[in-house]
Design a binder for this molecule. Structure first.
Ligand code: ZN
Length: 610
């Protein structure tokens, strides 16, 4: 790895005092320095190596080969293991329409475990159907509750654009499956989401496996320490027609701040209610396609991984993601002879050979859940564009990675329960103070990326321009306000904020506030962009440049105030600062720059709860 990849993201939390690079936790002597620049006491923080293991770390041994401690096993053996040294099935499939040779396929032998979800049955040509998922979840819920003390329920969380039921399986040892009961039990909750992109099936199939292992298999013991909420297929409409986007053409994984799609709304509601400490978003990435066209090479890595990388994330959140999750996860994959790399992608423009890590915009599940102070993890397997080729290995990769996340959460349950309130208070405590980043971007770097020769299957090193999301570049910063005033007409924006769990107050009696109003200095229209190019079927956005004008504003009765002394403050800023592509204003959820004012002193008007 080059040095650029050794960095962890910079943050804004007292960044001027601690320098621009994070230190490994074990070396983080100046904890007191961090503590000194916030008013919130720090939770105890133990480096992973010094932490006594409460549950076994994920072990590499394939379940079907030898017994292992419960949390260490990926799957209950359900069929005789395939011989890992016999890649003939893969090679045969490669001959039948794979985008590369049998020599490439031979580098991805089937795992020593056979997964048998409905869609993975021998002879099947279709992945698990929506009806089969619904039946499967109910079967697991019923099976789970046969274990004394375990509660399980399948919950309807919304409907897709074509009316398919979106469902979550909740598994817990709390007294019930309602969010309030689960939270009262004081254990961390993991939210697992699959197939936001309909043409990425391995995450969905893997989550069915994980559901069964939690309900009645070898992962049952982790429920002693954590709760798990599973949405195996977030985009059933796209899945039915093997399409990335939702049925209306919108990419739901760029909709997690705006919440224009019912699918993203359903996930936001779930996160609001269950307040997950950890969120896993399971995807697949393009194996050949535009990579083959640009680089004459096939992609190599079984898994690509990235945590939240967007502006204003609390430093400790990134530390937890890196040290408590990424490192054990990479070790677990390695133990299964599965290769991994940071997540990367490339645009659809064949002349553009830049490789970019996952984006820095606050629009994906990965970044938006980070702004909700959850450890937010993206896992991608090599699967887009290769149909069912290597599907057992792809599912095995997902199962291995997700099992590692569950084990890490169980192992760190107590610390995570301390970390979350610390983060929430820490973010809230920054209201009215110092600078906040309005927009950040990746940093340009060079990287030697390993790919595969499409004929020989040999490793092929490619030197690429590489946009790193691990070191954020501040593009725009402003004083952090105390809150935002919103006009009485801003009801759609208020509803979306509340769907995220943001506290919004209503002005109960007319008053005034000291604030900065936005003045337009330039405006055009355009498209939202990500590292892949224009975001699928997004409406035109308003790209505005602004200046600020300080003054006393009238706050009429019935207008709104969104305080920043709350845990979601950084998400609020991402939504309400108008001059970014992800903002509510740019995407016309807020109408007119005059609908929003940055409130720069604690308001003294009478406010009421909505
Ligand atoms: Zn995807």
């Amino acid at each position: 790895m080059t040095t650029i990849l050794q960095r962890t993201p910079t943050t804004q939390l007292c960044a001027p005092h601690i320098g621009r690079r994070l230190r490994p936790l074990a070396l983080l002597a100046p904890l007191a320095l961090l503590a000194a620049c916030t008013s919130v006491p720090l939770p105890p923080w133990t480096p992973p190596s010094a932490q006594p293991a409460a549950t076994p770390a994920p072990a590499p041994a394939p379940a079907a080969q030898r017994p292992a401690p419960p949390a260490a096993v990926q799957v209950s053996p359900v069929a005789p293991p395939a011989l890992p040294s016999a890649p003939s099935a893969s090679a045969a499939q490669a001959d039948a329409g794979a985008p590369y040779s049998a020599a490439v396929a031979a580098r991805f032998p089937a795992p020593a475990v056979i997964y048998n979800t409905p869609g993975l049955q021998a002879g099947r040509s279709a992945f698990t159907t929506q009806a089969e998922i619904q039946a499967w979840l109910r079967e697991q819920a019923a099976a789970a509750t046969r274990t004394p003390g375990v509660r399980a329920a399948v919950q309807a969380i919304g409907r897709s654009q074509r009316g398919e039921m979106l469902e979550a399986l909740v598994l817990t040892r709390a007294g019930g499956t309602d969010p309030a009961v689960i939270q009262a039990a004081g254990k961390p909750t993991v939210l697992l989401v699959g197939q936001q992109h309909g043409d990425e099936p391995a995450g969905s199939e893997a989550l069915l496996v994980i559901a069964r292992e939690l309900a009645q298999g070898l992962l049952q013991p982790v429920l002693e320490r954590i709760n798990v909420v599973i949405v195996p297929r977030a985009n059933p409409d796209g899945s039915t027609i093997d399409q990335r986007a939702t049925s209306g053409g919108l990419d739901m994984n760029r909709d997690h701040l705006l919440l224009n799609t019912p699918e993203a709304q359903a996930l936001a509601r779930l996160a609001r209610d269950y307040k997950p400490t950890v969120v896993v978003d399971a995807h697949e990435y393009t194996v050949a396609g535009r990579f083959l066209q640009k680089f004459g090479a096939v992609q190599k890595f079984d898994a690509l991984f990235q945590y939240a990388t967007t502006a204003n994330l609390p430093e400790f959140l990134t530390k937890a993601a890196e040290e408590w999750y990424r490192r054990p996860l990479l070790a677990a994959l390695k133990g299964q002879n599965l290769s991994s790399e940071w997540y990367y992608t490339t645009s659809s423009d064949l002349a553009d050979k830049k490789i970019s890590m996952g984006g820095t915009q606050p629009d994906t599940s990965r970044n938006v859940n980070g702004l909700k102070n959850a450890v937010s993890l993206l896992i991608e397997t090599r699967g887009v564009g290769i149909g069912r080729l290597h599907i057992q290995r792809r599912v095995h990769t997902q199962v291995t990675a997700i099992t590692s996340v569950l084990a890490s959460t169980a192992q760190r349950a107590n610390e995570l329960q301390q970390l979350r309130p610390y983060l929430d208070k820490d973010v809230a405590a920054q209201a009215c103070k110092e600078q906040a980043v309005v927009e950040a971007g990746p940093t340009a770097a060079q990287y030697e990326l390993m790919m595969l020769d499409p004929v020989t299957g040999a490793d092929k090193a490619v030197n690429v321009d590489w946009d790193s999301a691990l070191a954020l570049r501040t593009l725009k910063a402003r004083a952090r306000p105390c809150g935002y005033w919103l006009s009485a007409a801003s009801t759609v924006a208020v509803d979306r904020l509340r769907l995220h769990g943001v506290q919004v107050m209503r002005v109960a009696e007319q008053g005034s506030m000291l604030g900065d109003s936005y003045r337009e200095t330039a405006s055009t229209t355009g498209e939202r962009q990500d590292a892949r190019g224009a975001i699928a079927d997004s409406n035109a956005i308003i790209k505005v440049q602004v200046s600020l004008a300080r003054g006393v504003i009238d706050a009429p009765r019935g207008s709104y105030y969104v305080p920043l002394n709350q845990p979601m403050a950084n998400l609020v800023m991402a939504a309400l600062e108008p001059d970014t592509q992800s903002s509510f204003f740019a995407n016309q959820i807020l109408q007119g720059l005059q609908s929003t004012v940055r409130v720069m002193a604690e308001p003294s008007v009478k406010l009421e709860e909505l």
